[in-house]
Ligand binder design. Structure first.
Ligand SMILES: Nc1ncnc2c1ncn2[C@@H]1O[C@H](COP(=O)(O)OP(=O)(O)OP(=O)(O)O)[C@@H](O)[C@H]1O
Length: 309
């Protein structure tokens, strides 16, 4: 692997720093190169290339917004022995403590970034005397992403869709329930889902949803801080409802009240937030069930029952 990495990175030096950082999905290792320190994620699964291509595209998209710090992606390299590595900027990260508030503010900035671009774009097009096409702004008017991204190692269906409720019901929940049915044939889950899907539009009455660029897997293990501020990493991005991001954030801890109040100062909670938050957590419980097995069945079933009350 190291020979191939040297060639692909065009570096004579490739010296392991001894810093390793394995997650649940991939192994990680840092190296010093001719042009600086990099962090390399290694995965031997057949889906590794798709997973890392999605992570690279996600980091590039977040980086472009200049709102919240992420590691700069460098390259996805396929290994001759099978599997793949993803090279990115190494960051010295510690647990998120003093920069929680900053993360709340910056995450909200990330979420409103596309709306601001859209507003500017629309304003320019309405200005008398100015022709159309003045702006080079990248604006996104649909829900989805340009490539599949993986929340864990399972690819998400990111095909572009005009309507958020359809996107979330079909491309997120239905997709997970299909896997549950295939792997476990769970009758109770399938019956609950048949009822719940009819109710979903009710959770979105009078809510305006503008596509927001999301990190997509913002649990406490994917946030940290560097010397100068917060950092988020390991994204599974797509354009979706900003509230979706707060689903997994609330599931495993790691975010304190200063994070939430800074976030909601910029993006206030809309009516019906609490129910939708459960609906968004449902995706992650199902996704965990499909990744890690029956330990997550109970939470998935009880959240569906709750939403049906
Ligand atoms: N750019 C980086 N620089 C330095 N260390 C990093 C970097 N990215 C990740 N790490 C370290 O590696 C650990 C695992 O990273 P990451 O979450 O991306 O891996 P993963 O296998 O996709 O994990 P999971 O899916 O379980 O969240 C992080 O908790 C962190 O300690």
């Amino acid at each position: 692997m190291e020979g191939k990495l040297k060639k692909e990175l065009g570096t004579a030096m490739l010296k392991s720093t001894g810093h390793s950082g394995g997650g649940c999905i991939s192994e990680g290792q840092s190296y010093d190169t001719d042009t600086g320190r990099v962090f390399v994620k290694i995965n031997h699964k057949s889906e590794a290339k798709l997973m890392f291509d999605g992570e690279m595209a996600s980091l590039e998209a977040i980086l472009k917004t200049e709102t919240v710090k992420v590691p700069k992606p460098v390259k996805v390299v396929e290994l001759d022995t099978g599997g793949c590595v993803f090279v990115m900027e190494h960051l010295d990260m510690r647990g998120l403590t003093k920069y929680s508030k900053h993360l709340g503010e910056q995450l909200a900035d990330l979420h409103v970034h596309n709306k601001r671009q859209l507003d500017t774009f629309n304003k320019e097009h309405q200005t008398v005397g100015k022709g159309a096409g003045q702006s080079e702004l990248a604006v996104v008017e649909k829900f989805g992403f340009r490539v599949p991204t993986c929340c864990g190692y399972l690819p998400q269906e990111n095909e572009w869709q005009d309507d958020w409720v359809t996107f979330y019901s079909q491309q997120r929940l239905q997709h997970q329930l299909n896997m549950v049915e295939k792997s476990y044939g769970d009758r109770e889950a399938i019956e609950l889902w048949a009822q719940l899907q009819l109710k979903i539009p009710q959770f979105f009455k009078d809510v305006e949803i503008v596509p927001a660029l999301l990190h997509g897997d913002l649990w406490g293990g994917n946030v940290a801080q560097c010397a100068m501020g917060p950092v988020i990493f390991d994204p599974a991005s797509f354009y979706g409802h900003s509230e979706y991001e707060l689903g997994i954030a609330g599931m495993f801890g790691g975010f304190n009240s200063s994070f939430y109040s800074a976030y909601h100062d910029k993006i206030p909670q809309a009516p019906g937030f609490a129910k939708r938050n459960q609906l968004y957590q449902l995706f992650h419980y199902l996704n965990h069930w499909n990744h890690f097995g029956g330990g997550y069945r109970g939470s998935s079933i009880s959240i569906m029952k709750n939403l049906l009350k």
